[in-house]
Structure formats: C-alpha cells, structure tokens
Ligand binder design. Structure first.
Ligand code: AMP
Length: 217
C-alpha cells in the first residue's frame, strides 16, 4: 500500500494548487474529485450530467458516486499512493476510506478565514480547455489563451452555499482526523511558496510535531 495524504480545507483555500505541488514533490498521484467531476461535465457524460445537478447549486455529489471515482483512480494506477484533494468531504466518505482499508498517512488541514475565502473565490476564473481554476482576473488563460469563464459554482450565491456546506459537513472531519492522530494544521494565508514550505515542514517534522506544533486546532 502506498503513501496516501488528504488535503482538507474550505473551497478557495488553495488545496488544488498545494495538492498538485505536494504530489509532484512526493511522486504521488494527485486526485481532485472536483476536477474529475468537472471533466465529466465537460464531456457531457452520464456521470457529469448527474453531478452537475448538485455542483451547480453548491451541494455535494452523493458519497457513493464520489467514492467510486476515487476507488477507480486508485485501483487503476500503479503509483505509490495519492494526494486526495477535495475528498473526503463528509464523515461517511472518511468512513468509506477506512472500510476499504485505504490507509492515510497524514491529513493536512489548510486553514483560511471565511472573509479571505469569499474575497478569493469572487476573483476565481476557470479555463474550460485546461480544466483548471485560477485566481487572476485576466480575460484569457495564460496557458492556452482561451477565454476564461466563471465556474458555475463560483457564482456569489453558490459560493455562500458551498461555504455553508463546508462548515456543516466537511469541517467536522478536522475533529475526526485529530482524534485519529494524523492531523496537521497549516496556515493557508500567504504566498503559494510559503504555504508549500509549511506543508512540507509538517511532513519533515512529523515526529517532533506530534506533541503539539503540528496541530493547534
Ligand atoms: P472542488 O473543485 O473540490 O471545490 O469541488 C467542486 C464541487 O464538486 C463541489 O462543490 C461538489 O459539488 C463536488 N465535489 C467534489 N468533491 C466532492 C466530494 N468529495 N464529495 C461530494 N462532492 C464533491
């Protein structure tokens, strides 16, 4: 069994960017359930059409549907392990990982205050061609130069709903993983490079940090 990590945090906390960097440094898969679901919507697949009904409103896609995606990606890749980005998002999803004996080495919780989240999400743009979300205001994608759009789930009323869903259903996972003894809290306010350094520090110092530095929630 490979090394598996979870990145936990509110929408707009920078999970996606940090998960990709962490996966790159540790040579692990980066599994973003949100990105996979948006890819399915872009393909107009049956799964995409089912998921869009929930995502466009800011609701969560049913646990079984999302778990099947994660299990499939983990099962069909021979890499050593994965950084799970945006999964689990409910207590039930966390239980499903345990039931399927998918061991988690560390859960990194990226902490960002709500006001900062709202500010960031309202600036977020999406490139449909690259299937990537960015937080700059440019009209065109810096990578492929296609026109940028605002993601259906980054519209202001949907942002509010997503934050509410996060507080209600996902935030309790912080206590869940704290109890399991594998939670590391990282301050998510700062530059991408600073946050990346903080994340890597939680891995380097995991043994010393077990006493307190790692988890001040
Ligand atoms: P994200 O890009 O991670 O913010 O995810 C975008 C949207 O995809 C979420 O607001 C949910 O509707 C859906 N989604 C992504 N991951 C999950 C998950 N683990 N459980 C349920 N829904 C999810």
């Amino acid at each position: 069994m490979g090394r598996n990590f979870i990145l936990l945090g509110p929408p707009g906390s920078g999970k996606g960017t940090q998960a990709a960097m962490l996966a790159g440094s540790l040579n692990l898969l980066h599994i973003s359930t949100g990105e996979i679901l948006r890819g399915e919507i872009a393909k107009d697949s049956k799964l995409g059409r089912q998921a869009a009904v929930y995502m466009d409103k800011g609701d969560l896609v049913p646990d079984e549907v999302v778990f099947e995606i994660v299990e499939h990606v983990l099962g069909t890749n021979r890499k050593a392990g994965a950084v799970l980005d945006g999964f689990p998002r409910t207590r039930r999803q966390a239980e499903m990982l345990c039931e399927h004996e998918i061991a988690i080495e560390k859960v990194i919780y990226i902490s960002v205050p709500d006001e900062e989240i709202v500010r960031r999400l309202s600036k977020r743009h999406y490139c449909e061609k690259c299937n990537k979300v960015v937080t700059y205001d440019d009209e065109f994608c810096l990578v492929c130069h296609s026109p940028m759009t605002v993601r259906a789930d980054d519209k202001p009323d949907v942002i509010r709903k997503r934050l509410q869903v996060y507080h209600e259903l996902t935030e309790p996972l912080i206590a869940f993983y704290k109890e399991e003894g594998c939670l590391a809290k990282v301050n998510g306010v700062g530059t991408v490079a600073e946050i990346n350094r903080r994340m890597l520090a939680t891995l380097d110092n995991s043994d010393e940090n077990k006493g307190g530095g790692i988890d001040n929630t």
